[in-house]
Design a protein around this ligand. Structure first.
Ligand code: DC
Length: 244
């Protein structure tokens, strides 16, 4: 398959219903890449919800709300109204702004990666971000990736995808991504962090990562970026061509 295999469907896009597409999955499984590629093809909004949890984590780190890797729950709850997160499009990329400052690079740091799952278990943090995420999706035409998108944020999403890949593939991908951003890390450090985050993300009480029963699983361990996109585009067009 290739870019032209969906030419007819792509031409019909303006007439198609704008869907809400939820993409969930473990760390570094390629969710955001798929979400971004799909959004570009369909002309939808793309939101990386993990970036928002990272933004809150960065605020907490900078403001002394985490000590010895332990979040100060009381102070974090008090600080939440002061944390303003916004996505802005810059040169075809979504940039995350934390209180008017572009923090897109900093939220990818090892320091943030070490703490983000511990911040994401806090009920009040989730409540604030889930509210903001739902507002972004009010009008459909949105693709959001994360951990609780199909289960909590958009339980009525028309299309739910659960993306997965083998541990080896995920570790290598995250390592390459960090390297390309100039963030120094060892493969073992990346592996330990991914495993720890996956465990916390799928075992927390509120909004854990789960594979909801109506999600379609995509294991992309052996798929190229284009193959993964083609598969997902096929699902979108199939949805639109059936009697919904
Ligand atoms: O997708 P990511 O690795 O950038 O996400 C960073 C962390 O944020 C991840 O460890 C879990 C948390 N997260 C979450 O709890 N719920 C979401 N919807 C998205 C991310």
């Amino acid at each position: 398959m290739g870019a032209f295999s969906f030419l007819k469907e792509l031409l019909l896009l303006p007439k198609m219903k704008k869907l809400t597409i939820a993409i969930d999955g473990y760390s570094a499984c390629g969710k955001s890449t798929l979400a971004k590629d799909l959004a570009e093809k369909l002309g939808y909004i793309f939101i990386d919800s993990g970036a928002m949890y990272r933004g809150v984590s960065l605020y907490c780190l900078r403001n002394g709300l985490v000590e010895n890797s332990i979040p100060d729950l009381i102070e974090i709850k008090k600080a939440l109204p002061k944390i303003n997160l916004e996505f802005k499009r810059i040169k075809d990329e979504n940039h995350l702004f934390l209180n008017e400052e572009d923090v897109s690079i900093e939220i990818r740091s090892n320091e943030v990666a070490q703490i983000v799952s511990k911040i994401a278990v806090i009920g009040e943090v989730r409540k604030k971000l889930v509210n903001e995420q739902r507002k972004m999706g009010e009008f459909g035409g949105i693709i959001m990736d994360g951990r609780d998108i199909g289960s909590v944020v958009f339980p009525n999403a028309e299309l739910k995808l659960f993306v997965t890949a083998s541990e080896e593939v995920r570790v290598q991908r995250r390592f390459d991504e960090l390297k390309s951003k100039g963030i120094i890390s060892s493969i073992e450090e990346v592996r330990t962090n991914l495993k720890e985050r996956d465990y916390i993300d799928s075992h927390r009480k509120i909004g854990p990562l789960i594979q909801v029963s109506d999600a379609i699983v995509i294991d992309n361990s052996n798929l190229s970026r284009q193959e993964q996109l083609d598969f997902a585009l096929g699902l979108v067009f199939e949805y639109n061509s059936t009697s919904h």
